[in-house]
Write a protein that binds this ligand. Sequence first.
Ligand code: AMP
Length: 308
Amino acid sequence: MGEVSPLLFLLTIMIQDTFEDDSGDSPVLCKTVAEVRERINERIKRGVTIGFVPTMGALHDGHLSLVEIAKKRADVVVVSIFVNPTQFAPDEDYESYPRQLEKDLEACRKAGVDIVFAPDKDQLYDSTEYFSIEIDSLNDHMCGGSRPGFFEGVVLVVNKLFNIVEPDVAVFGQKDIQQVEIIRRMVQEFHHHVEIVSGPIMRANDGLALSSRNQYLDKKERVAAPGLYRSLQYIESQIASGVHTPKLLIQHQWSELEAKGFKIDYINVFDKHTLKPVETLHQGSSYIIAGAAYLGNTRLIDNILIEF
Ligand code: AMP
């Protein structure tokens, strides 16, 4: 066989590099901060952009829709899988939260994720932590109002993750709309160099917003569960047909849901920018019709965004 030309040799190396790395069958699994930094630095040196989807795992089509968005906006997609202890209250489901790394890795492989960062707790949290982040009025209502400490835990971990992953773009779901708005504000105030993108809510055929916690629902609860979205849709339709002071409308939906077995945490219309409840809707503003309710021990949340 003749001598291999330098150009062909270079081409072979480049192809090998591509296949062994970003486009390989499986995502690279990083369990430590050092590992993920190394992988990301390699890519930053090559000038590629990083898209990031933070999750707590138990991945479903909602998470994977965010991966699709990230793939369109960046060269490399990093998904983090970390059940963040600081966003769970002592009486919440931190211990029992579904953990299924193998299954999630397979879902990431099919979705074309490049890097999965799945650290243990001690990788992100020291035994002693001297700093925390407080959130002001954006935290007073909706989930912030009923889950004290929840968003402080979220912004703490997202801060750490942004510093570790250094993404160019990070994709969050509109399903957790208060989270997206708080993170947008955090990025602005802390000067993180990342673009925040919000992805639409993925739903089951009957309208229930997909959630890792839906697997807690028993059969009867699962049948009732889309009722929350239907109530929000009803409020939306009434607003569209001219009801601009939704208080009575909301009270009515509240009772209807209670009759179906829901224990309501909140249902209301909120200003999209201040995240405060509104009495009267005004033309030209953006609002969120949002609700959170329990079926048994399972907490469901949902929302509809309206440009009024
Ligand atoms: P989680 O694993 O619940 O922390 O969610 C990780 C990300 O996925 C968050 O940005 C969520 O808002 C988003 N997400 C969760 N459920 C859905 C859904 N049904 N549709 C779209 N995004 C979702």
